[in-house]
Design a protein around this ligand. Structure first.
Ligand code: ACO
Length: 323
């Protein structure tokens, strides 16, 4: 059977780093509160000339370099984002143009923090369906543009950045030992749409709006939803937590990550944590975490890697792949 195999990955971060202490004086908060409640120590914040498209392009170029490919080799770009450069056209098309790519096709995918997991699962279906052979999957966000910088309960949590993967069709044996995407489970439930949302949009207010969140409500649902969808993915693949080499969760909050790993029985040393460095970068968080763990030599060819995310909607999902 055809598998979607990772050929390369890359990342890009805005130049400016904002430390927790930089919020002191802006809103009533402290480094201690932020670290203790979330595990976040710093985040990158985009300058005016850094956009979802420019960060996405830089991550895409890095992923292509690591794959030993050029834009000419790619036939599909899927960009996961909730902070597009414009309402339309899709920012994926802008990235396609920035890459000098005038063939194939490109579109955006909107599942908030779960966007990258949704996009990898979607790319896998395009590849297995024969509609694409090589896909650039990008997660890129500039959440700093939609934050209410006077709301301490949200502005300290998010950051900007981008990450990307190149997936390519390869013949596999149909076994768990194959490289590539092995299983995926996606979920959403709009009953929770008002717990984490942006209070503006083209069809309602005609404005971009600001992020609003009932943090405690999100927290309450997160661990159960994450562990359910991961267990469904394990069931589909016929594996257990012990078979995993690496768990690369969405980086929203260290307490959510720790509680999910504990409930699933995933050993602490197999969990990739970058929330301290990047904050919550929404659809960029999983590929950014992957880029750190690949660059430092933890994730290697042949490793069994579990990706997971949960976010606004609510949306949630997991992808199991062999690197
Ligand atoms: N600094 C200091 N105090 C603060 C801050 C801040 N930055 N933000 C809120 N507080 C205060 C609150 O006002 C509250 O004060 P009160 O008791 O006087 O009313 C107090 O801290 C406790 O607030 P809680 O919201 O109960 O704090 P909690 O321990 O739940 O932590 C947090 C808040 C970090 C937002 C947590 O609920 C959380 O992480 N939720 C998940 C949200 C999340 O990660 N969303 C990301 C998108 S979804 C996803 O990716 C999973």
């Amino acid at each position: 059977m055809i598998r979607s195999v990772v050929r390369g990955n890359g990342a890009a971060l805005p130049r400016r780093i904002m430390k927790n202490a930089d919020f002191e004086g802006m809103v009533e908060t402290s480094d201690e509160w932020i670290v203790q409640r979330t595990g976040i120590r710093q985040r990158h914040v985009a300058a005016d000339d850094e956009t979802t498209a420019s960060l996405g392009e830089a991550a895409a170029r890095a992923a292509l370099d690591s794959a030993g490919m050029t834009p000419a080799d790619i036939d599909l770009i899927i960009l996961a984002t909730s902070t597009p450069n414009n309402t339309f056209p899709a920012t994926a098309v802008e990235i396609q143009n920035r890459l000098g790519m005038h063939h194939g096709f490109a579109f955006d995918m909107q599942a908030v923090c779960s966007g990258f997991v949704y996009a990898v699962a979607t790319a896998d279906l395009y590849i297995r369906g024969g509609l694409a052979k090589r896909v650039l999957v990008i997660g890129s966000e500039t959440f700093s543009r939609i934050l209410d910088w006077s709301d301490r309960s949200t502005c300290v949590l998010f950051g900007d950045g981008a990450g990307a993967l190149v997936l390519e069709a390869e013949e596999g044996a149909g076994a768990i030992t194959d490289r590539g995407v092995l299983a995926a489970s996606l979920r959403s439930d709009g009953a929770h749409k008002d717990k984490l949302f942006v209070d503006g949009g083209p069809s309602t207010t005609g404005t971009v709006g600001h992020l609003r969140m009932e943090g405690r409500e999100v927290f309450k649902h997160a661990v159960g939803m994450i562990t359910d969808v991961i267990e469904a993915t394990f069931g589909e693949a016929g594996i257990t937590a012990q078979d995993l080499d690496w768990f690369v969760p969405h980086q929203a909050n260290k307490r959510i990550i720790d509680a999910s790993a504990k409930k699933l029985g995933i050993a602490e040393e197999k969990v990739v944590v970058t929330v301290d460095l990047h904050g919550n970068t929404s659809a960029a968080s999983v590929p950014l975490a992957l880029s750190v763990a690949v660059a430092d030599g933890r994730i290697k060819k042949g490793d069994l890697v579990l990706l997971e995310a949960m976010g606004g909607g609510f949306t949630w999902g997991a992808v199991l792949l062999r690197w």
